[in-house]
Design a protein around this ligand. Structure first.
Ligand SMILES: [Zn+2]
Ligand SMILES: [Zn+2]
Length: 675
């Protein structure tokens, strides 16, 4: 009898290959190790996913494994199960999933890591905690889940000062007390150090590591080794840490679960939240999703009873109620005494003036996302709408308007169809432009930007420090400020809220709401009573003041937002009422891309004739929202329908087109756009 190994390779083929195992390697070979194998004329590193014995003469025809790379199992059984799930759900070859889940280089070897020195144990591990009745209830529910060691998902939602973090810190302590390990996922690398500091203060005896793809190779391998050996208690990481080889896992926490950064943009295009749900299921662990404005999907699942819902409100005395004023920017509705500034309303200007006089700080927020696509009448505030869909058209070079749902296109109108005005917002505004105007209006104030330019100059930490120290009066920030540790803002001004809202994606309202909600929650801003009335702490300028997200922000209500958003999603059959699958065709030759896109559409339409696939909607092909990146053209086809149907279509696509064309065809299940 000879031994056969089933090996998957990091190639775009969705199958495993059989190799025979030479006698000399038979002892070393096991499931979950890397092996070097011949493939065509090359030698490739692959992963063993199965071994078996065979008498068959077929074995003689198989090629031999060249060598076994790992002395021990590299892929734990749990992580292997998880990767199989990712491969099947996201329709990505298992070899590719394993390659990205194991970010260890060829050179990686198992090593004995130095045990972390015993830490000072004189400090106590838990601080005094007197929970509110609400927190107590949430904590009891969570602790009960941990004790039962059954898979369970809890959505922990509530405003900034509701003590959510304290509740999950208690949950972590409870898990550690029972001898289990903890994994904490955060959306950005920059947040790991903030959390680490907080955790170190709290869990003085425990071994805590920060683990993400931004670490240097040597350090990364060392930590990976330690985690695998069980030499850590708490792992804090970004989305890729969901694959880290934590053993005896009792609890996963996702901090800010609504954040789009949890979605991986490269193959395999997984969402760390969905993978964490599966991971918790495999490990019979508890998953806690934390958020101040949860994703529509998560909140919906909680209401449906798939998750347990723990909702906290502000701790009495710590409520954030800065007073939100929505300012209508439509030219036609401006009063006589309104100034003519294109960027600032009088309400905001007066606010800034008053805060500067009081030596207080102002943050002006401008979401750059959607900058290039904005096309909107400045007089009546209306966008130009697609005659077939409910969607606003977006602007594209060299100068046409496009519907991203049905590919309808037209020239920009000379005059607004609603009010006949010829005054359009064509492009949004940029931070530089805002800074220049602020300096002109307030020559004595010190003004600084917080955007990608400053990031490239590596000046962000300094700017942040200066602002928090009061050396900067007015900070003009993009979405990069959300999540940063900014303090002492007494006025938050949101300049052109419509830019992000008009992005051609069904999640644009949700993402705009979440980012503004988070800013308001974490910065506060202060409502003031002055002689002439109330002065708001937050001023939002928009051409669409009746949009439900602004109404929701004004009343501080997630519920209100959720209800309206669900109405919109149900009407147009968007998630959570369907799944989406985006197919992108990219290449250097534009007509080549368009041709393949048409061919794919024809193939899929033929498939659609079949019984179970009739309800699937096929949209496109159309230029992708960003149609050309780094010299490559991108076309997009969107499928909408049930997951099983989408899977079948995507697999047919793989079978018929993969490896056949010069163009790259990629499939994204449950796409999340980050513009
Ligand atoms: Zn108009
Ligand atoms: Zn349309």
């Amino acid at each position: 009898m000879s031994k056969i190994a089933e090996v998957v390779l990091p190639l775009p083929v969705d199958k495993s290959f059989s190799y025979s195992v030479p006698e000399a390697l038979a002892d070393k070979l096991q499931v979950g190790v890397r092996v070097e194998v011949p493939f065509g004329k090359r030698r490739i590193t692959g992963y063993v996913i199965k071994t078996q014995k065979s008498r068959s003469l077929q074995v003689q025809k198989l090629k031999d494994i060249i060598r076994v790379i790992d002395q021990e199992q590299l892929i734990t059984d749990e992580v292997m199960k998880l990767c199989r799930w990712v491969s099947s759900y996201y329709i990505c070859p298992l070899g590719k999933v394993l390659q990205s889940a194991l970010p260890v280089k060829e050179s990686f070897r198992f090593q004995d890591s130095e045990p972390e020195p015993v830490r000072d144990t004189k400090l106590k591990t838990t601080e005094f905690f007197l929970p509110t009745p609400e927190q107590k209830q949430a904590l009891e529910l969570i602790q009960d889940c941990i004790d039962k060691q059954k898979h369970c998902v809890v959505l922990l939602e509530g405003p900034h000062n509701s003590g959510k973090t304290e509740v999950y810190l208690q949950a972590i302590a409870h898990t550690l007390d029972r001898g289990k390990k903890v994994l904490v996922l955060v959306p950005e690398i920059s947040l790991t150090s903030v959390l680490l500091e907080k955790f170190r203060r709290r869990f003085v005896r425990e071994r805590i590591v920060v683990f993400h793809s931004g670490l240097r190779q040597k350090e990364h391998d060392l930590l990976w080794n330690r985690i695998r050996k069980g030499d850590t208690d708490i792992v804090i990481g970004t989305r890729s840490a969901v694959f880290s080889p934590v053993k005896n896992l009792g609890l996963i926490v996702i901090d800010g679960e609504e954040n789009p950064s949890f979605k991986e943009e490269k193959e395999p295009r997984y969402h760390a939240r969905e993978v964490a749900i599966e991971r918790a299921r495999i490990s019979s662990a508890l998953l806690v999703l934390e958020s101040c404005a949860p994703s529509v999907e998560s909140h919906y699942r909680a209401l449906k009873g798939k998750y347990k819902l723990c909702r906290l409100s502000d701790i009495p005395g710590l409520e954030i109620n800065p007073g939100v004023e929505i300012v209508d920017r439509k030219e036609k509705d401006k009063g006589q005494d309104e100034n003519r500034s294109k960027i600032f309303s009088s309400v905001l200007l007066n606010g800034i003036r008053a805060r500067l006089e009081a030596k207080e700080r102002v943050l002006l927020f401008l979401n750059r996302r959607g900058f290039a696509r904005l096309f909107l009448c400045r007089n009546c505030g209306k966008s130009i709408y697609c005659p077939n869909c409910e969607a606003p058209l977006s602007f594209h070079q060299p100068g046409f308007l496009l519907c991203h749902h049905c590919n309808y296109r037209r020239n920009p109108p000379q005059a607004c169809p609603s009010c006949n005005s010829t005054d359009f917002w064509h492009y949004g505004i940029g931070t530089q432009q805002v800074c220049a105007e602020v300096k002109k209006l307030f020559p004595d104030a010190s003004v600084e930007r917080f955007d990608t330019d400053i990031f490239r100059e590596e000046r962000l930490p300094q700017v942040l420090k200066d602002f928090n120290a009061g050396k900067i009066d007015i900070l003009v920030g993009t979405q990069m400020v959300a999540g940063e540790d900014i303090s002492g803002v007494s006025l938050l001004g949101v300049l052109l809220a419509d830019m992000m809202l008009n992005i051609p994606d069904f999640r644009s309202a949700e993402q705009t709401f979440q980012i503004l909600m988070k800013l308001i929650q974490s910065l506060g801003g202060e409502k003031r009573c002055t002689g002439s009335g109330q002065m708001p702490g937050v001023v939002i300028q928009t051409y669409n003041p009746n949009h439900y997200i602004f109404q929701a922000l004004k009343q501080g209500g997630y519920e209100f937002f959720f209800r309206e958003e669900m109405r919109f999603r149900r009407r147009l059959r968007y998630p959570p009422f369907s799944h989406l699958c985006s197919i992108t065709i990219s290449g250097r030759n534009e007509s080549g891309c368009a041709g393949i896109a048409e061919e794919i559409i024809e193939t899929l339409k033929k498939e659609k004739e079949k019984e179970q696939l009739r309800k699937i909607e096929i949209l496109g092909p159309m230029p992708a929202p960003i149609p050309k990146i780094r010299g490559k053209y991108k076309y997009e086809i969107m499928l909408k329908g049930r997951k099983t149907g989408l899977d079948r279509m995507a697999r047919i696509l793989h079978q018929q087109f993969s490896g056949r064309t010069h163009q790259k065809i990629s499939v994204d299940i449950d796409p999340v756009r980050i513009f």
